[in-house]
Every structure is written in structure tokens, then in C-alpha cells.
Design a protein around this ligand. Structure first.
Ligand code: HEC
Length: 111
């Protein structure tokens, strides 16, 4: 009886751990977080302002390291100050999810 109880507890512990594995980036959550980014980088990840970079279809790991570099103020110069402000409030999870989302978008803007 007691053994059975532990087995059941074990299954619950295991299933609770599975969403934990979902530290894998979540593009859907990134999309929700990306609303604020759209003002400058476009709804589809293609910037409407020619001096701002497109993000659609960019390499995911590059996006992660670029955003972290703004957040850590390692990336400076150019227009980096604008992005430092944007990146400051993002958690590592936000950054991973945003990178997954923008990387998943078609680089041609979905034309
Ligand atoms: C107010 C305008 C603005 C907003 C809002 C904004 N960005 Fe940016 N972003 C910029 C500008 C300008 C640059 C270029 C900065 C530079 O010169 O380094 C940039 C650069 C970047 C880069 C680097 C691109 C590359 O090719 O190296 C990434 C990644 C990025 N932004 C992600 C985001 C994300 C994610 C958000 C939303 C959380 C966001 N940005 C919101 C203006 C903005």
C-alpha cells in the first residue's frame, strides 16, 4: 500500500517535471512578448524604418546573444542605447522565447 503511494507520488513528480523540460524556447510565448518589439522591428519582424534591423528568420542563437549583449550593456555604439532600454526588462526565458519567435518568421516577411 505504502509502496503504491510512493509510485503514484513518483508519477506526479515526473509529470510535474515535464513542463520544466519546456525550458526549450517557446515561440508562442515569444510572440506574445513581441508586441512591444513590433513598433520598431515590424509585426512580421521586418522593420519599417530602414535604419532599424529586420529580425525575421535571423539565427536563433544570434538573436539570444545579441539581446543579452544589449541587456548586459556589452553591445554599445550605433543605436545600441535604444535596444539596451528594450532589453533591460527581459528575463532569460523572455529572450529565449523572443529569439525562437523571430527566428521562426519567414525572412522575406511572408510575401
Ligand atoms: C524603440 C525601437 C525599438 C524597439 C521597441 C525594439 N528594438 Fe530592437 N533594435 C532597435 C534598434 C534601433 C536596433 C539597432 C541597435 C544597434 O545599432 O545596435 C535594434 C536591434 C535589435 C537586435 C539586434 C539585431 C541584429 O541584427 O544584430 C535585436 C535582436 C533586437 N533589436 C530585438 C528586439 C526585441 C526582441 C525587441 C522587443 C522586446 C526589440 N528589439 C524592441 C530598436 C528597437
Amino acid at each position: 500500500m505504502e509502496l503504491k503511494h510512493y509510485a503514484v507520488a513518483g508519477i506526479f513528480a515526473l509529470s510535474a517535471a515535464i513542463p520544466g523540460i519546456a525550458t526549450a524556447a517557446d515561440a508562442a510565448a515569444g510572440k506574445a512578448r513581441a508586441a512591444v518589439c513590433a513598433a520598431c522591428h515590424g509585426q512580421n519582424g521586418i522593420a519599417q524604418i530602414p535604419t532599424y534591423p529586420n529580425l525575421a528568420g535571423q539565427n536563433e542563437q544570434y538573436l539570444v546573444s545579441a539581446i543579452k549583449a544589449y541587456k548586459n550593456k556589452q553591445r554599445t555604439g550605433g543605436q545600441a542605447a535604444i535596444m539596451q532600454g528594450q532589453a533591460a526588462a527581459l528575463s532569460d526565458t523572455d529572450i529565449a522565447n523572443l529569439a525562437a519567435y523571430f527566428a521562426s518568421l519567414p525572412a522575406d516577411g511572408g510575401k
